[in-house]
Design a protein around this ligand. Sequence first.
Ligand code: PNS
Length: 172
Amino acid sequence: MSTLAVYPGSFDPLTNGHVDIIARGARLFDRIVVAILVNAEKHPLFSLPERVDIAREVFKGRANVEVDTFDGLLVDYVERRKAQVVVRGLRAISDFEFEFEMGNMNRKLAPEIEMVYLMTAPEYLFLTASRVKELVAFGASVAELVPANVAKALEAHLGQGGLRTGATESND
Ligand code: PNS
Protein backbone atom coordinates (compact mmCIF):
# COMPACT_ATOMS: atom_id res chain seq x y z
CA MET A 1 0.00 0.00 0.00
CA SER A 2 1.39 3.43 -0.82
CA THR A 3 1.49 5.98 1.96
CA LEU A 4 0.13 9.47 1.50
CA ALA A 5 1.22 12.11 4.02
CA VAL A 6 -0.22 15.58 4.60
CA TYR A 7 1.98 18.44 5.79
CA PRO A 8 -0.43 21.17 6.92
CA GLY A 9 0.36 24.76 7.79
CA SER A 10 -0.18 28.46 7.19
CA PHE A 11 3.06 28.88 5.17
CA ASP A 12 2.88 32.67 5.48
CA PRO A 13 5.44 32.51 4.02
CA LEU A 14 7.14 29.21 3.21
CA THR A 15 10.59 29.09 4.87
CA ASN A 16 13.64 26.91 4.34
CA GLY A 17 12.64 25.09 7.52
CA HIS A 18 9.36 24.06 5.86
CA VAL A 19 11.20 23.12 2.65
CA ASP A 20 13.53 20.87 4.64
CA ILE A 21 10.63 19.08 6.37
CA ILE A 22 8.80 18.63 3.04
CA ALA A 23 11.90 17.21 1.33
CA ARG A 24 12.44 14.77 4.21
CA GLY A 25 8.75 13.83 4.21
CA ALA A 26 8.96 13.19 0.46
CA ARG A 27 11.77 10.69 1.12
CA LEU A 28 9.88 8.95 3.93
CA PHE A 29 6.47 8.64 2.26
CA ASP A 30 5.35 7.76 -1.26
CA ARG A 31 3.65 11.11 -1.64
CA ILE A 32 3.31 14.24 0.46
CA VAL A 33 0.70 16.97 0.15
CA VAL A 34 1.61 20.45 1.34
CA ALA A 35 -1.81 21.52 2.62
CA ILE A 36 -2.09 25.28 2.96
CA LEU A 37 -4.67 26.55 5.45
CA VAL A 38 -7.12 29.08 4.07
CA ASN A 39 -6.77 31.10 7.36
CA ALA A 40 -10.15 32.79 7.16
CA GLU A 41 -9.70 34.78 10.36
CA LYS A 42 -5.89 34.93 10.57
CA HIS A 43 -5.19 37.79 8.09
CA PRO A 44 -2.13 36.28 6.42
CA LEU A 45 0.34 38.57 4.65
CA PHE A 46 0.33 36.39 1.55
CA SER A 47 -2.96 35.60 -0.13
CA LEU A 48 -3.89 31.96 -0.62
CA PRO A 49 -3.10 32.02 -4.38
CA GLU A 50 0.29 33.62 -3.63
CA ARG A 51 1.14 30.95 -1.05
CA VAL A 52 0.07 28.21 -3.46
CA ASP A 53 2.07 29.64 -6.39
CA ILE A 54 5.19 30.03 -4.25
CA ALA A 55 5.06 26.43 -3.00
CA ARG A 56 4.27 25.02 -6.46
CA GLU A 57 7.25 26.85 -7.93
CA VAL A 58 9.60 25.61 -5.20
CA PHE A 59 8.51 21.98 -5.63
CA LYS A 60 7.89 21.88 -9.36
CA GLY A 61 10.77 19.41 -9.88
CA ARG A 62 9.50 16.93 -7.29
CA ALA A 63 6.96 14.51 -8.67
CA ASN A 64 5.77 13.22 -5.28
CA VAL A 65 5.13 16.64 -3.71
CA GLU A 66 1.69 18.13 -4.26
CA VAL A 67 0.45 21.55 -3.14
CA ASP A 68 -3.20 21.90 -2.12
CA THR A 69 -5.36 24.08 0.14
CA PHE A 70 -7.74 23.19 2.94
CA ASP A 71 -10.34 24.84 5.09
CA GLY A 72 -12.05 23.54 8.20
CA LEU A 73 -10.78 20.66 10.29
CA LEU A 74 -7.48 19.10 9.30
CA VAL A 75 -8.68 15.56 10.03
CA ASP A 76 -11.65 16.03 7.65
CA TYR A 77 -9.25 17.05 4.89
CA VAL A 78 -6.90 14.14 5.65
CA GLU A 79 -9.79 11.68 5.53
CA ARG A 80 -11.12 13.17 2.30
CA ARG A 81 -7.67 12.75 0.72
CA LYS A 82 -7.45 9.18 2.12
CA ALA A 83 -4.07 10.05 3.63
CA GLN A 84 -2.66 7.98 6.48
CA VAL A 85 -0.17 10.38 8.03
CA VAL A 86 0.09 14.02 9.13
CA VAL A 87 3.63 15.40 9.25
CA ARG A 88 4.66 18.28 11.51
CA GLY A 89 8.06 19.75 12.27
CA LEU A 90 9.23 20.26 15.84
CA ARG A 91 11.66 23.08 16.53
CA ALA A 92 12.42 24.18 20.06
CA ILE A 93 10.61 22.81 23.10
CA SER A 94 8.20 25.73 22.76
CA ASP A 95 6.53 23.95 19.81
CA PHE A 96 5.83 20.88 21.86
CA GLU A 97 2.88 22.09 23.90
CA PHE A 98 0.96 23.33 20.86
CA GLU A 99 1.73 20.18 18.87
CA PHE A 100 0.93 17.90 21.82
CA GLU A 101 -2.46 19.53 22.28
CA MET A 102 -3.29 19.59 18.58
CA GLY A 103 -1.99 16.06 18.00
CA ASN A 104 -4.07 14.65 20.84
CA MET A 105 -7.19 16.47 19.69
CA ASN A 106 -6.67 15.16 16.16
CA ARG A 107 -6.16 11.65 17.56
CA LYS A 108 -9.43 11.92 19.47
CA LEU A 109 -11.24 13.05 16.33
CA ALA A 110 -9.62 10.50 14.01
CA PRO A 111 -7.54 7.81 15.78
CA GLU A 112 -6.63 6.09 12.51
CA ILE A 113 -4.57 9.08 11.36
CA GLU A 114 -0.98 8.91 12.56
CA MET A 115 0.87 12.13 13.43
CA VAL A 116 4.58 12.00 12.57
CA TYR A 117 6.91 14.67 13.99
CA LEU A 118 10.21 15.44 12.30
CA MET A 119 12.82 17.23 14.35
CA THR A 120 13.83 20.46 12.66
CA ALA A 121 17.38 20.57 11.31
CA PRO A 122 19.60 22.55 13.74
CA GLU A 123 20.11 25.41 11.28
CA TYR A 124 16.35 26.09 11.25
CA LEU A 125 15.64 25.68 14.98
CA PHE A 126 14.88 29.35 15.49
CA LEU A 127 13.36 30.07 12.12
CA THR A 128 9.71 31.13 12.07
CA ALA A 129 7.62 32.78 9.35
CA SER A 130 6.82 35.62 11.77
CA ARG A 131 10.49 36.31 12.41
CA VAL A 132 11.20 36.30 8.66
CA LYS A 133 8.53 38.98 8.10
CA GLU A 134 9.94 41.04 10.95
CA LEU A 135 13.50 40.84 9.58
CA VAL A 136 12.37 41.99 6.14
CA ALA A 137 10.34 44.83 7.63
CA PHE A 138 13.50 46.09 9.35
CA GLY A 139 15.58 45.76 6.19
CA ALA A 140 17.57 42.64 7.09
CA SER A 141 18.38 40.01 4.48
CA VAL A 142 16.46 36.74 4.64
CA ALA A 143 18.23 35.20 1.64
CA GLU A 144 19.49 32.26 3.70
CA LEU A 145 16.18 31.66 5.44
CA VAL A 146 13.62 31.40 2.63
CA PRO A 147 13.49 30.21 -1.00
CA ALA A 148 14.47 32.87 -3.57
CA ASN A 149 10.90 33.39 -4.79
CA VAL A 150 9.74 34.05 -1.21
CA ALA A 151 12.49 36.65 -0.66
CA LYS A 152 11.39 38.36 -3.87
CA ALA A 153 7.71 38.30 -2.88
CA LEU A 154 8.56 39.70 0.56
CA GLU A 155 10.44 42.57 -1.07
CA ALA A 156 7.38 43.27 -3.22
CA HIS A 157 5.13 43.37 -0.13
CA LEU A 158 7.61 45.64 1.61
CA GLY A 159 7.47 47.99 -1.36
CA GLN A 160 3.69 48.13 -1.01
CA GLY A 161 3.97 48.93 2.70
CA GLY A 162 2.30 45.64 3.55
CA LEU A 163 4.78 44.34 6.12
CA ARG A 164 4.10 44.80 9.81
CA THR A 165 6.78 44.66 12.45
CA GLY A 166 6.56 42.78 15.71
CA ALA A 167 5.07 39.39 16.37
CA THR A 168 2.31 38.32 14.03
CA GLU A 169 -0.52 35.89 14.51
CA SER A 170 1.11 32.72 13.28
CA ASN A 171 4.09 31.25 15.04
CA ASP A 172 4.99 29.21 12.01
O1 PNS B 1 1.49 26.77 10.25
P1 PNS B 1 0.64 26.61 11.47
O2 PNS B 1 -0.15 27.89 11.71
O3 PNS B 1 1.40 26.17 12.67
O4 PNS B 1 -0.39 25.43 11.15
C1 PNS B 1 -1.41 25.11 12.06
C2 PNS B 1 -2.45 24.17 11.40
C3 PNS B 1 -2.90 24.72 10.07
C4 PNS B 1 -1.81 22.81 11.20
C5 PNS B 1 -3.63 24.05 12.39
O5 PNS B 1 -4.03 25.32 12.79
C6 PNS B 1 -4.82 23.31 11.79
O6 PNS B 1 -4.76 22.13 11.56
N1 PNS B 1 -5.92 24.07 11.53
C7 PNS B 1 -7.13 23.54 10.97
C8 PNS B 1 -8.23 23.42 12.03
C9 PNS B 1 -7.99 22.19 12.86
O7 PNS B 1 -8.11 21.08 12.42
N2 PNS B 1 -7.56 22.42 14.12
C10 PNS B 1 -7.15 21.34 15.01
C11 PNS B 1 -8.30 20.75 15.73
S1 PNS B 1 -7.99 20.94 17.41
